[in-house]
Design a protein around this ligand. Structure first.
Ligand SMILES: [Zn+2]
Length: 594
């Protein structure tokens, strides 16, 4: 079957575009068209089909209409009546500045094909031609192969490639760098942006080079970073030869925000290896109509998170202390979530479809991000391997082995494949480690892993001149509800939970005195740990009073610090891991836990 798609007739003020699907050499009584319910890389069900309007079909020969019946929410059946060629026409409404979205606005057109172009059931492997009729003067940026210019035409080898190739149309600023001789475009789409082009070129170039060095080689002949400058953060979505990031236009300064930007790019770029080419068997082929379950997402996302940090260190974007600070922050995020004890990494991966992407009031009590925990378990495994092999191997060795055996050969990763390959690559028995931290929910003793590298890990000691009071702890996370403190989460085993505080409660007074969202943290400093208090709350619009005694808050920060007199192996592990000479603790720094 020959499949051609044309998009045009854009009414961008109305966020709409016309799409035409021309099918030839049909030779069937009926044809099913299906719009995906999810987009690979974003493991939750989306209902973009709601934006498809007025879908109709006509014969190619005499233009007479063909019957179209909706079979389910995202499947249309066209009865061909013997027509060997016909055209399907429909309108797409899209106004969503998110990484997996369709955004049709007077400023730009951003297309993820999965949400705008249905596939022909049974013909997903056929090539697809796409022609784009765009506003004059606008430029098209995509990794799809160009096959014509007037109108611009592109070719996808199959439906997966079409879906995996986002398209931006507008007036983007396009920077091009050539690390390792491979053209990488950085397309900055959208108005404004407090960036310095030469800095982005330099830093992204370093990240790309460090990634290729770490993995050994690159499968790419070109790559595009799509950076959609927006009002809010949505994050990134990986593709095989590109990534789409929707980020605030002010993310490029100051320094700390800029590092967050580089960290996002490093993560998405690492995915071109891990998940796009090192791909779980359970995700091949994609079933676009429903959830695709795998227990490996922790490896695909958490391991990518850890390696993207390691790349930032190898690229010199992170100094040794910045790298350790970033890891300590991740550990804090992990330790602050009581749900870390409830589900294993495998279960968290499996449940992403209803868990990670759809948090609700109990999520922190029975779940933890498989990005965060997956990254931290990767870090601990890395330290364990470097220590036990006396730095003859590392998690980098494992990653390169997986790349060589799976990514480069096209072999898919089975659910049980990763432990054996990690053991083969390192010569170690890693079964107990996987049983405890991947399949199990054991607490991770970060300090003992840190000691393999001559470091200690623990709460950051208070500076000698820090006289700030310790605030009372309720064990809640809250949000701003028109200036009121609205409880979002009540953490397990905390004073708030024991007192019966619930998500949705609006705290309006403590001991009779009014509290506000903006001053709430400060207010709690007036009720140090161990103070009995009365909370006045609106619960579903009705006034209630609760009594509790404030608790002790978790440490506000954690830190890695060099231990005194580490042995030779620990120094060697540190140098191998961090990529810099071991340095003993400077005399002026406060002493950490040791
Ligand atoms: Zn990711």
């Amino acid at each position: 079957m020959r499949i051609r798609v044309a998009a045009g007739g854009f009414d961008l003020a109305d966020h709409r575009g016309q799409f035409f699907l021309d099918l030839e050499e049909v030779n069937r009584a009926s044809v099913d068209l299906v719009l995906p319910s999810w987009v690979p890389g974003s493991y939750h069900i989306l209902n973009y089909v709601r934006g498809i309007e007025r879908l109709a079909a006509r014969r190619a020969d005499d233009h007479s209409p063909l019957a179209v019946e909706r079979i389910d929410k995202a499947r249309w059946r066209v009865t061909t009546n013997g027509a060997s060629a016909f055209r399907v026409e429909y309108t797409v409404h899209g106004h969503d500045a998110v990484t997996e979205g369709v955004d049709l606005t007077p400023d730009h057109i951003f297309l993820n094909a999965a949400l705008a172009i249905p596939y022909v059931d049974g013909q997903e492997g056929e090539p697809i031609e796409l022609s784009l009729h765009v506003p004059p003067g606008w430029r098209i940026v995509t990794e799809l192969a160009s096959i014509g210019l007037d109108p611009p035409r592109y070719r996808a080898r199959n439906y997966d490639e079409l879906v995996d190739s986002p398209i931006d149309i507008g007036r983007p600023v396009v920077l091009t760098i050539r690390p390792h001789g491979i053209p990488h475009r950085i397309a900055l789409c959208g108005e404004g942006g407090n960036y310095e082009a030469h800095r982005i070129e330099e830093d992204v170039g370093r990240i790309v080079e460090a990634t290729i060095r770490l993995m050994g080689d690159s499968p790419l002949s070109s790559y595009t970073f799509f950076l959609h400058l927006s009002g809010a953060w949505d994050g990134g979505l990986e593709h095989a030869t590109s990534c789409s990031c929707v980020i605030p236009r002010t993310l490029f300064a100051p320094e700390e925000r800029y590092r967050r930007f580089l960290s996002l790019l490093s993560h998405e770029y690492f995915h071109l290896y891990n998940v796009k080419r090192i791909r779980p068997q359970a995700l091949d082929p994609f079933d676009y109509t429903r959830e695709n379950y795998t227990r490996l997402l922790w490896w695909m996302e958490g391991r990518t998170d850890y390696f993207s940090d390691l790349v930032l260190r190898r690229a010199g974007v992170y100094t040794p202390s910045r790298f350790l600070e970033a890891e300590a922050k991740f550990i804090q995020q992990y330790l602050d979530v009581p749900g870390r004890r409830s589900r294993s990494l495998e279960e968290l991966s499996f449940l992403s479809w209803v868990d990670y992407y759809q948090p609700y009031e109990e999520t922190p009590n029975h779940s933890v991000s498989y990005y965060t925990k997956g990254g931290l378990v990767s870090m601990c495994l890395d330290l364990e391997i470097r220590h036990r092999t006396e730095t003859r191997a590392s998690l980098e060795t494992v990653m390169r082995a997986v790349w060589n055996d799976y990514g480069k050969t096209g072999r898919r990763v089975g659910e049980g494949d990763l432990l054996p390959i990690a053991e083969r690559a390192t010569g170690l028995d890693l079964g107990p480690f996987f049983a405890r931290y991947v399949a199990g929910t054991d607490e991770i003793d970060f300090d003992s892993f840190a000691r393999y590298a001559g470091l200690s890990f623990g709460p950051k000691p208070k500076a000698a001149d820090d006289e700030s009071p310790e605030p009372g702890y309720l064990g809640i996370r809250y949000e701003n509800a028109d200036g009121l403190v609205r409880v979002k989460y009540v953490l397990a085993e905390t004073p708030g939970r024991r007192a019966g505080l619930s998500a949705g409660d609006e705290i309006i007074a403590i001991d009779g005195a009014k509290v506000t969202h903006s001053g709430f943290d400060k207010t709690l400093e007036g009720f140090p740990p161990g103070t009995p208090v009365e909370l006045t709350v609106f619960r579903r619009g009705y006034l209630h009073t609760l009594s509790l005694t404030t608790g002790k808050p978790p440490p506000p920060a954690y830190v890695f610090a060099p231990v005194d007199g580490p042995n030779e192996l620990a120094q060697k592990v540190y140098e191998h891991w961090i990529g810099t000479k071991w340095e003993p603790r400077p005399k002026s720094e406060p002493k950490g836990k040791s």
